[in-house]
Design a protein around this ligand. Sequence first.
Ligand code: HEM
Length: 464
Amino acid sequence: MAVFVVIMSMVVLGFSICTALLRWNEVKYRKKGLPLGTMGWPVFGETTEFLKHGPNFMKNQRARYGNFFKSHILGSPTIVSMDPDLNRYILMNEAKGLVPGYPQSMLDILGKCNIAAVHGSAHKLMRGALLSAISPTMIREALLPKIDESMRRHLSNWDGKTVDIQEKTNMMALLSSLNQMAGNESSSIAEEFVPEFFKLVLGTLSLPIDLPGTNYRRAFQARKNIIRMVEKLIDQRRTSTSTQRDMLGCLMNTEDSRYKLNDEELIDQIITILYSGYETVSTTSMMAVKYLHDHPRALQELREEHLAIRKAKGPSHPIDWNDYKSMKFTRAVIFETMRLATIVNGTLRKTTQDMELKGFFIPKGWRIYVYTREINYDPFLYPEPLTFNPWRWMDKSLESHSHILLFGGGSRLCPGKELGLAEISIFLHYFVTRYRWEEVGGDELTNFPRVAAPNGLHLRVSSY
Ligand code: HEM
């Protein structure tokens, strides 16, 4: 009996402490006019539920509080917006105090001049410099030949092998960007650069705890090593008499340009470009291969598109701008992949002042999670939303629908959109014209917070 009483007392005590802590966090963040929602535990908020149940957590909260609710996730009080019109408004109105709100670890590791860390005139300057390095003219004249060369090299000798397509697309995205960045010199630094870059990526998604052995500390060291390698490249270029037509050449050649960058800004732009185009391109490519495997009719149509392009060119001719622009069905496959897999769940913003949104009060310093995942499964926008149907994108007007924010919107609209699409298209070109493949089977795929194959996605590949 005594044991029973002790256990019951402990249960009641535990329950009371939990209730008090939850209540304390609610009271701490209670302000008149805030949207409805729950704030979870002190410090941790609802991060565990959010990371564990992801999309379902969001749907449950929306069912209870509507499509604009408050929470406390990833270390900050946050408003989650699932309202398509409001999402667009938020992205279009940075000047009203809605600036990027990415985690501190990401900003620390990518550098204080990286594009997500700057606003106003500094953002205009960085974006202008970056756009000049990845403009349609640069893509057409300088970058496409490098992408073609990287893909041919990367996609050779797969015949008869079992490959982990996740590992392959990761390397493809990074090596292709490195080649676009620094042309021939990239192959001499690749071996040293690649492992450092992977450490840097891991650190941007870690807790900002600067202790030995943490991913955060390792990423800082990797950043230092990357800076050393890039500085060496810049020095070599400055002492050379020839000019290179690649991204680095373009970013350095600001003599008569409005976008003159100092060395620190230049290096942060290089890291930004490599980082921003890495995971989006690699994951979309992996998932496109997955969906094409599961949908033979789509694969056949895509393959016909690419075989026709190859037939008109001869085996050794590189893909050019006109070829890329003619890949209508491929573009549709890529958009459908990004939608169905939800490669990007949303974007983060932070308020720089108290403000009113949708009639609610939003305090200064709160994060706003512009959560765009749900719109990808909206049956009015996409009939039978859970079906992989690339043909829906053959109607070009869908791409420009105001609720579709696959590449963001407003002044932060992805500047690498066409470049990313071109890379994935050329990867698919060489993959489907050279190989057929089947899945080994049994590999798990996760869809939140990132799309990934935790143990790889293994394919048996043979010549086509
Ligand atoms: C399929 C590929 C890609 C997808 C789905 C994608 C998606 C996005 C999204 C949603 C944003 C908006 C972020 C925000 O508003 O906070 C963005 C921004 C950005 N993207 Fe991409 N992206 C892709 C490829 C690339 C590539 C290849 C590059 C670089 C070469 C790149 C560079 C950037 C940069 C620098 C920004 C920040 C722009 C700014 O803050 O002004 N992206 N991207």
